[in-house]
Design a protein around this ligand. Structure first.
Ligand code: FAD
Ligand code: NAP
Length: 313
């Protein structure tokens, strides 16, 4: 029986792992279906993690985190969790390999994943010119022209990254104002090889057998424009990874918002005793590494108290 099962190995899960093990819980396992580190490992640059100055990539930021946790006894299983259920005081962790584990408490830190924009050709050409990761795929377009779709922090930051590698970046946004931080917008506007294509809705990515050859956008005035590029990067937001909480009867294990985020209180407690959520998955998450890490610490401290009380009964 695990004291605590942590689902997801991003900033929230890893911090929860650090605090639960350092705080005295024994038998804590963190389940991660990919590499530990979470989404931020896809970011080319992070400049708002406190105390970390200078140019640092998301990958570099996250590399030391798993080792720090393992030092205090956190175990790591590289497996996808398919479902978390609860009967009495015991949680069952159902894994993709068919095996199950049991735990007294659970911290959900499964984060979020890139959303599809929904234009024609997006699925057909995904991985053949359409990408959601500039750090992973930007290099393939070195010296070439690419398009970036979106107007949030991710789109603008990744456009800046691509502008360093590529000949030109067309930044396509459906409005003429951005969600992104003003400082980032200013940097984009100062970058000579970024062309802003505003009030433009992407309609279709087109191409041939070798991959993408361009993207067609519809301007607000009704005109259409073909932008000929071999690479199209979409950064149009994220959906939360809440599938592990979906039960066999079609209901979620705990209370959720209509958007599918986990409802938690200020202590990261969900509506189910012993179940905590942290990071991007939870209601009103600021979607920042520092906040996910903070949530992970809060959830861990609560899990320690919960398990202590459970065992003292
Ligand atoms: P995630 O980082 O999403 O980690 C969740 C982990 O859970 C993943 O590793 C996933 O593989 C795993 N997982 C999911 N489902 C399962 C399952 N069923 N079984 C097992 N494992 C599972 N924030 C900033 O503060 N500053 C920035 O500059 C910044 N830049 C960003 C740039 C990009 C390109 C992106 C995508 C995000 C950026 N963010 C930034 C946001 C930041 O990355 C997130 O807010 C943060 O990573 C959330 O952490 P998390 O632990 O909640 O979730
Ligand atoms: P986001 O803020 O939700 O922005 C998504 C963008 O995509 C919006 O500009 C939106 O347009 C556009 N969009 C959505 N659907 C579209 C569609 N179907 N077709 C075309 N455009 C579409 O997402 P994000 O930029 O990924 O950021 C997610 C969160 O992570 C945010 O909270 C962000 O602050 C945070 N983050 C922070 C940092 C940082 O702190 N440095 C870096 C990255 C991410 P509209 O504006 O018109 O809606």
């Amino acid at each position: 029986m695990l004291d605590c099962a942590i689902i997801g190995g991003g900033p929230a899960g890893l911090t929860a792992g650090l605090y639960t093990t350092r705080g005295g819980l024994e038998n804590v396992v963190m389940y991660e279906k990919g590499m530990p580190g979470g989404q931020i490992t896809q970011s080319s640059e992070i400049e708002n993690y406190p105390g970390v100055t200078g140019e640092i990539s998301g990958m570099d930021l996250m590399i030391p985190w798993p080792e720090q946790c393992q030092k205090f006894g956190l175990k790591h299983e590289m497996v996808e969790v398919t479902r978390v259920s609860k009967e009495g005081d015991v949680f069952t962790i159902h894994k993709a390999d068919g095996s199950v584990d049991e735990a007294r408490s659970v911290i959900i830190g499964t984060g979020s994943r890139p959303r599809r924009a929904g234009f024609a050709g997006e699925d057909t050409f995904f991985g053949r010119g359409v990408s959601t990761c500039a750090t992973c795929d930007g290099f393939f377009y070195r010296g070439k022209e690419v398009a970036v779709i979106g107007g949030g922090d991710t789109a603008l930051e990744e456009a800046l990254y691509l502008a360093k590698i590529c000949k030109k970046v067309y930044l396509i946004h459906r409005r003429d104002t951005f969600r992104s931080a003003p400082n980032t917008v200013a940097r984009v506007k100062r970058t000579e090889n970024i062309e802003l294509v505003l009030n433009a809705v992407p309609e279709e990515v087109f191409g041939d057998a070798s991959g993408v050859t361009g993207v067609r956008v519809k301007m607000n005035d009704g005109a259409t424009r073909n932008i000929e590029v071999p690479g199209v990067f979409t950064f149009v937001g994220y959906d939360v990874n809440n599938q592990v909480l979906l039960q066999e009867d079609g209901n979620f294990l705990c209370d959720m918002t209509p958007a599918g985020e986990v409802v938690v209180d200020i202590s990261m407690r969900t509506s189910v005793a012993g179940l905590f959520a942290a990071g991007d998955i939870r209601i009103a998450a600021p979607k920042q590494v520092v906040c996910a890490a903070g949530d992970g610490a809060v959830a861990a401290l609560q899990a320690i108290t919960y398990v202590d009380e459970l065992l003292s009964h």
